[in-house]
Design a protein around this ligand. Structure first.
Ligand code: OFO
Length: 165
């Protein structure tokens, strides 16, 4: 059985994962409108993954006798100055999510809720991968700079960057 405080903290994370899904959906749409299909598809996949992260939390809370909260969400950024800015925001967002997961891990240990602590390890591992992926992308985008041809090639190759779900 979840304590009220753990339940509230997990519910806060549901909202963060749902907002992440919207943040990445807006990026996917923007890239699509800009004609970069590879980047767009990549971001659509990221958006789907975040929804999976949210659903995992929903199931966990309900299975442990809590009540998952589905709340309203903040509107995401829908336009960007450049792809560099967009991917910078992606990395910043992942760092923010990692901090939130770390806080949850901290609370679960404080309350000696080892089931929740164990459950959260999947998110800890996931965040390591997602941050690394975002950094790799940003490094590549920084290398490309303003070169349109480079961006075209990157759009083709981004599909090959595998991201775990
Ligand atoms: Fe990429 O954040 Fe979910 O966990």
């Amino acid at each position: 059985m979840l304590s009220k405080s753990i339940e509230a903290a997990l519910n806060k994370q549901i909202r963060i994962e749902a907002e992440s899904s919207q943040v990445y959906l807006a990026m996917a749409v923007w890239a699509e409108v800009k004609g970069l299909e590879g980047i767009s598809n990549f971001m659509y996949d990221q958006s789907d993954e975040e929804r999976e992260h949210m659903l995992k939390l929903v199931k966990f809370i309900n299975e442990r006798g809590g009540h998952a909260q589905i709340s309203e969400l903040n509107a995401p950024n829908v336009t960007f100055k450049s792809f560099k800015e967009m991917f910078k925001k992606l990395l910043e967002h992942e760092v923010f999510v990692s901090e939130s997961i770390n806080e949850l891990v901290h609370i679960s240990l404080e309350e000696r809720d080892y089931a929740t602590h164990n459950f959260l390890q999947w998110y800890v591992a996931e965040q390591i991968e997602e941050e690394a992926m975002a950094r790799t992308i940003l490094d590549k985008i920084n290398m490309i700079g303003d070169d349109k041809g480079g961006l075209y090639l990157f759009d083709r190759d981004i599909q090959q960057l595998t991201v775990s779900s």
